[in-house]
Write a protein that binds this ligand. Sequence first.
Ligand SMILES: Cc1ncc(COP(=O)(O)O)c(C=O)c1O
Length: 434
Amino acid sequence: MAQPEELARRTFITRALTAGAIIPLGSLTSLASEESSPSKSFKPGDWVRDARAQLPATGRSTYFQTGGVGLTPTRVLDGVSDRLHFQNQGPADPRYSPEMASIEPTLRSYLAEQFGVPQGGVALTHSTSEGISIVAWSRDWSEGDEVIISNQEHPANVVPWFVLRDRFGIVIREINLDAGTDLIPEVRSALSSRTRMVSLSHVSRNNGRSLRTDDCAELAGILRRDDIVFHLDGAQGPGCVAMDFSALGCDAYSTCGHKWLCGPKGTGALFVKPERLDDLKLSWAGSHSHAELDYAGRYTLLPTAARYEFGTRALADFAGFQYAVEWMESLGWNRVLNRIQNLVQYAVARVEEEAPLSLASPPSEVDRSGVFVVRLPSGCDATDVYNHLAAEKHILTSPVRREGDLRLAIHFFNTEEEIDQALAAVLSACEAND
Ligand SMILES: Cc1ncc(COP(=O)(O)O)c(C=O)c1O
């Protein structure tokens, strides 16, 4: 029998389809079989041109900054605007409020289906950082407890641990996840009887390394035996690489809508294994975290991951998150991910031809992602190049943690020509720096 969340989702989608305009399937769906296997030709097909027409920034700049902040299709923004105006006719009016109230359960259920999360395992957040903080604060930390992170983390997976170190005296152990190291021996070498959590990037924003699903699943089994929480920071995961929460085996996974999934800014999700909900305790709570409350001290929490949410929420943005993922789904996940891999392969080949540039992201295909990182010749400053390319050429890239490394986040809407253009501009900026 359909669960309430599923019924709400069906009603929502039916309404949106009959109302027209919002659900972005239409003409793109008919192209979904094209390029579903790796293509030898990297020429953008019609589906890429159609998608770019929905992303105005692609006509104004050469956009390799999806890893920082992603692009959102015009039709998704129109959908958000539609929901805001719809709600504003009467936010507390029963002619409008139930439809708005169905947005979150519908989205939770849809994200669960798309990313292999058991139903009840999705909390809607506003960013990856929010999910990471929920997880970081979910344990009763004692002085000397240990967390394992890596040398390839974003500040979002570093600062919370520094704060916990300063508040409670926890110890942070850093493993080496440079391209070419082995995940499991690295983690094993840092484990101790005090390890309480392992928190790593699924895909690193610094070197683009994507942790292998089978390695993660094996690691999850090792950690589970000692009740160590395994958390992945997936800001660069869904939409950039294939991602299946159940196959990864981790206890919790934080991600966002506003990078590779092309959703509105300020949307995110935290995936949690339902059987771990009571182990990952709440540090923030409020109205809507509870199922029952009697004001005399008794309450029960929601039985699902929605317990991590509270307060009044940006429902129209969450509707936009759903429209964006539906747009990606309509383009075809395989088609999108294969195109990213093909473009990255093209970029790898170009960098190999273009001494003195070299590759900083993993050479092996299984460890690669759309986060492509190039090592500049010595003496060439990545921040200077990034600033020059942005201001003079409207080519948006990003410096990363290692000095001299520059990131091109390559999404499906980018083209070979853009990669050529960016690499030529990088080389000439470095030559001018000499
Ligand atoms: C690996 C990683 N984690 C976390 C974040 C922070 O993401 P958000 O802005 O969704 O909190 C980023 C942002 O670039 C990231 O690359």
